[in-house]
Design a protein around this ligand. Structure first.
Ligand code: FMN
Ligand code: SF4
Length: 490
């Protein structure tokens, strides 16, 4: 029987005075590699806001978005997942070619200026495999489904139509389009059904595809090039995205059954990630290089915390400068998208684990993923490494952050949605103005926008401006402001 759904109230918050905040741990410095010291242990993890140009370049809206976070002076601000390939990927930032460097340099400079030099800025770099939108059945059966001899044989058998083995391709397609759901399920194999119901999705195990087979050969150089561009653009560091639904997390996954030495066993799954780290380090020297990975994939048959802790120790041994621990966010259990939309890895149970809301199981969203960071940190320390570990997930009060740090569960405490709701909240807490914090409600309006690839905003901002005000940049419908309102007490 499934657990009853619970609606959790926000945690009560007793905000510190400025003196209490100064005595705490959260606002103390932390070293992140040979060259970087963050002034505080406050951290804004990567959040894609859908503001890049269609060809992946930094826009004025991107600059405004990050300037607004930087004005709140977090210790570290991580720029959204930024693609390392030079391929069209919609309004997601890209760093797959040198032509992206000048725009990214403007972004690094904007963050430095808006934070008065207080914030260290990293870029999260990502590789992802192709995922297609869910097709209309007419398009799928009419064009996309390959009509192979094997498909013909399956159709002939399941539909008792021997003529389909040799019939013109158009007839096979027409018959399948007219088939009942039960007939479709009897004819198509699991991947074909997935392509029909969810949109085709490549996996790292698709080694029959040359570009997938060759990932171990191509990715180390791609990540190294991307990291060098991030350095050349003037950022303080790079975060390798080894988490959630994307290529590197899929190599680490227990579901990675590659038999070419890059899968199946613990060492095999770790091999490409370690080769990527080595290539990046060789290229950028002592530039800060950290990574984000999953403390738990939170899917059936996926990697759990025991292995993740061992991964963490191996990454630390390989010399990364920080480890940021996340959870879930996988395609495997994502909801089927509507026709014309792509699957979104934060819609299923593992998505809830990644961005937990107040509507869920008895554990609630607050600090939900801290035990994963704690397990990773314990394994890293046991292996003799001092690598800082970053925890995230439903952390939205000073007391929570202090408790995590005091218990030694993590070295840095990150807040994504709370900082989206109020980018000034770290400064408000630090200066004894905690009562003025606009508190995230953890109901994921922002995530719903991300899911539809719409410009991400917070529902709590909307009330604070008059539609049509020419001083406020808004979404195309004029209803949503694109950055948080200014802090009247700031
Ligand atoms: C709109 C949105 C976009 C996100 N984009 C990314 C991303 O690009 N990379 C990433 O690692 N995590 C991403 N996340 C996950 C957050 O970094 C964070 O791990 C998660 O929201 C849980 O932290 P929180 O409870 O403090 O919000 C995103 C979250 C949101 C709400
Ligand atoms: S939209 Fe909701 S969940 Fe997202 S930051 Fe705002 S209050 Fe928090």
């Amino acid at each position: 029987m499934s657990e009853p759904r619970v609606h959790h109230p926000l945690l009560p918050a007793r905000w510190p005075t400025a003196e209490e905040a100064a005595q705490g741990r959260w606002f103390t410095p932390v070293r992140l590699g040979a060259r970087v010291v963050a002034a505080t242990r406050t951290w804004v993890p990567a959040m894609v806001p859908w503001r890049a140009s269609d060809d992946g370049a930094v826009t004025d809206d991107v600059l405004d978005w990050y300037r607004r976070f930087a004005a709140g002076r977090p210790g570290v601000l991580v720029v959204e997942a930024t693609g390392i390939r030079d391929v069209p990927s919609g309004p997601l930032l890209r760093v797959g070619h040198d032509r992206f460097v000048p725009g990214l340099a403007r972004l690094a400079a904007a963050v430095r200026e808006a934070s008065g030099g207080a914030t260290r800025c990293f870029v999260q770099v990502i590789d992802f495999l192709s995922i297609r939108r869910r097709p209309a059945p007419e398009a799928y059966f009419g064009r996309f489904l390959p009509v192979t001899d094997d498909l013909r044989a399956r159709a002939a058998r399941a539909l008792a139509r021997d003529d389909l083995r040799t019939a013109p391709e158009a007839d096979v397609r027409a018959r399948l389009l007219a088939a009942t759901r039960a007939e479709v399920e009897a004819v198509l194999d699991a991947r074909e059904l997935e392509a029909l119901d969810r949109g085709a999705r490549e996996r790292v195990t698709d080694v029959h595809l040359p570009h997938v087979r060759d990932l171990p050969r191509t990715l180390p150089g791609r990540f190294a090039d991307a990291a060098a561009r991030v350095r050349d653009a003037g950022f303080d560091g790079v975060e390798l995205h080894f988490a959630h639904a994307y290529t590197m997390a899929s190599f680490l996954s227990r579901l990675n059954t590659r038999t070419d030495g890059y899968g199946t066993t613990f060492e095999g799954r770790l091999r490409l990630p370690l080769e990527v780290i080595a290539a990046v380090r060789a290229r950028v020297g002592d530039f800060a290089v950290g990574l984000r990975f999953l403390g738990d994939e939170a899917i059936d048959g996926g990697t759990r915390v025991d292995e993740a802790a061992r991964f963490g120790a191996a990454f630390a041994r390989a010399g990364v400068d920080f480890l940021s621990v996340s959870k879930g966010g996988k395609f495997e259990d994502a909801r089927a998208p509507r026709v014309g939309e792509a699957a979104y890895p934060y819609t299923g149970p593992s998505g809830h684990e990644c961005m937990p809301t107040v509507r869920g199981d008895a554990r609630g969203p607050f600090g939900r993923n801290v035990p994963l960071a704690a397990a990773v940190r314990a394994a890293v320390r046991a292996a003799g490494h001092a690598t800082p570990v970053v925890a995230a997930g439903g952390i939205a009060t000073f007391e929570q952050a202090e408790a995590v740090l005091a218990a030694g569960h993590a070295d840095v405490v990150a807040s994504a949605r709370q900082t989206l709701a109020d980018p000034d909240w770290f400064e408000k807490v630090r200066t004894g103005r905690g009562a003025a914090v606009r508190r995230c409600e953890f109901t994921n309006y922002c995530e719903g926008l991300d899911q539809r690839h719409l410009q991400v905003t917070c529902k709590l901002w909307d009330k604070a401006f008059t539609p049509g005000d020419p001083t406020v940049r808004t979404s195309p419908d004029g209803r949503r402001r694109l950055v948080a309102p200014p802090d009247p007490g700031g």
